[in-house]
Design a protein around this ligand. Structure first.
Ligand code: AMP
Length: 550
């Protein structure tokens, strides 16, 4: 018999280590919320509010319309939308019609959407007029039978906040060959789609992985995956029924889909949406709606912290704040706590784990690894196993040694849409091979050392960019930092730092090199330092190291 894994020792004392799973599909989770509290707010959008009953009625009507348009069980319905109420209506309607919802980044350009549409072959697309004109329409040129419904970001509110909605025209521009979502819903209002039941293994979502490496692949998140990770968030963060959530992550990304949308269904709580992330708008939403929880990329939390109108009590309604998706420098956590009196905890996961696989328990502070200086990303959540293996041989390594993180549990996706080879490569005997390099310590805490492919090899010395970035962030003038390997005639690769500085700060390359030299072995110190105003990021806030390699 093997001993209990060490991570169980970090669990919140009064909670079960393997609780019953309450829902087996995402649609029943939503239906339970409607039955429990139909009049409770489900979505706040600026000054507008939709109740659970209204969300139910609109998604019934839209599901009836989808079926009338020929959408069949297992067909794909693509949402190419910002954080608007129509995203949630479209998601539930897709499920009520028996379809799979595909959430696509509205920042995608035509070329990217063409590839994505060719892969997921949607029957119907819901998008914004400007996204339609610029990208969706040309990308659908070879798919004339695809239905398109248009929703206007100014719908469902009257405030028209100029900071995020200001650039949009007062009226939706004409979009030939499409129908307006609001009109379609009005026409079918009162109709109900035939009952649909999903098993835990049915696919709820196709979510294309962030694309920081290689061609995007559609991760098949099952209904059981979604219901499970929503429950993990609720239990691990200790949220109660009706605790509101602030939507700072984009809804098309897995963090927004689970840590915002699915979570509020389970809590029967309101989700506050604001079209897209803008720190001043988010601070106002915090004051107005008093949410209990949010999760987002650390770059978003840094933007909240540095906003001129951010007061010390701005986050006082939050029971907890989490960050996931990208590394967090301990210096940033310290600065955030000094500013707001709130400790940022880490969650780690992938699209392929339907959001979190490890979370820093809400009653603990994450340790910092003495060797790498990295903040732990938490411990495996209940019913989840993590094994660190040799990236070449696949053999487990000893506690405290770096290797590839592999994950097994109810959150691991069914695989990649249309990509059996990529699926067998990534998921072996139920273990997801993440491509992340990490260390599990003897107490069950996981540390991310880096992505496998980001490792810099300087004349045989391995340099993990994360470690160098954490040191760069300890310099008070540094706002954002990225470290990449660049070709070097002598060493094969050498270390390059790309920095953006805080407003008004000054820093020379020599000064930051001296700062690093004091704090790390010579081979890790950046040989090249470049200053730019803003680092390139994915819309989810992940710094795009790849773009900095040139
Ligand atoms: P995505 O599929 O877009 O969610 O990206 C998943 C990747 O983001 C993981 O493989 C990690 O490399 C990275 N990631 C996720 N969470 C964290 C975290 N807490 N700290 C550092 N990197 C993270």
């Amino acid at each position: 018999m093997t001993a209990d894994p060490a991570w169980l020792r970090q669990y919140t004392p009064d909670r079960s280590t393997a609780p019953a799973i309450e829902h087996h599909d995402a649609l029943s989770m939503f239906r339970a919320a409607v039955a429990r509290a139909p009049d409770r707010p489900a979505i706040h959008y600026f000054d507008g509010t939709l109740s659970y009953a209204e969300l139910d009625a609109r998604s019934d009507a839209l599901a009836a319309a989808l079926i009338a348009d020929g959408v069949l069980h297992g067909d794909r319905v693509a949402l190419v939308l910002q954080n608007v109420p129509a995203f949630v209506v479209g998601l539930i309607a897709a499920w009520k019609a028996g379809a799979i919802a595909v959430s696509l980044n509205p920042m995608n350009r035509e070329r990217e959407l063409r590839l994505l549409f060719a892969d997921c072959t949607p029957k119907l697309v819901i998008t914004h007029p400007e996204t339609f004109i610029e990208a969706v329409q040309p990308a659908l040129a070879e798919h004339p039978t695809v239905h398109v419904l248009i929703t206007f970001a100014r719908d469902d509110q009257t405030r028209n906040d100029a900071r995020v909605l200001g650039a949009l025209p007062p009226q939706a521009p004409p979009c030939p060959g499409t129908r307006a979502l609001a009109e379609v819903i009005a026409r079918h209002r009162g109709q109900r789609p035939p009952p649909v039941r999903f098993s835990a293994d049915d696919i709820a979502l196709l979510v294309y992985t962030s694309g920081t490496t290689g061609l995007p692949k559609g991760a098949m998140n099952r209904h059981g995956n979604v219901a499970f990770t929503a429950q993990v968030y609720r239990d691990w963060i200790g949220l109660s029924e009706a605790d509101g959530v602030l939507g700072i992550a984009p809804l098309f990304h897995i963090t927004g889909l689970i840590g915002h949308v699915a979570l509020v269904f389970l809590l029967t709580a309101p989700l506050t949406l604001s079209y897209r992330f803008e720190p001043g708008v988010m601070l106002d939403a915090l004051a107005e709606r008093r949410p209990a929880f949010t999760i987002g990329a650390i770059t978003a939390l840094i933007a909240l912290m540095n906003h001129p109108s951010a007061q010390r009590d701005a986050l006082s309604s939050l029971k907890a704040i989490y960050s996931g998706g990208a590394p967090i420098a301990p210096a940033v956590v310290a600065a955030f706590e000094a500013k707001f009196g709130l400790y940022v905890r880490n969650a780690y996961g992938l699209t392929e784990t339907t959001s979190p696989a490890t979370i820093c328990p809400v009653h603990l502070r994450a340790p910092v690894d003495p060797a790498f200086g990295a903040l732990s990303v938490g411990v495996p959540t209940y019913r989840t196993e993590i094994r660190i293996v040799d990236a070449e041989t696949g053999a487990p390594v000893a506690d405290g040694e770096a290797g590839e993180i592999t994950i097994r549990g109810p959150q691991v996706v069914a695989g990649y849409w249309n990509r059996p080879d990529a699926t067998t490569d990534a998921i072996r005997d139920g273990w997801l091979h993440t491509g992340d390099i990490g260390v599990l310590d003897g107490d069950g805490w996981l540390y991310l050392v880096d992505r496998k492919k980001d490792m810099i090899n300087a004349a045989g010395y391995k340099v993990w960019p994360r470690e160098v970035e954490d040191v760069l962030y300890t310099h008070p003038a540094v706002r954002e930092a990225a470290v990449v390997g660049v070709p070097d005639a002598y060493r094969g690769e050498t270390v390059k730092a790309v920095l953006s500085l805080k407003a008004g700060a000054e820093l020379s390359a020599d000064a930051i090199i001296a700062h690093c030299r004091e704090r790390m072995a010579a081979y890790k110190v950046p040989r090249i330092v470049e200053f730019i105003p803003e680092l390139p990021k994915t819309v989810t806030g992940k710094i795009l190291r790849r773009e900095l390699r040139g």
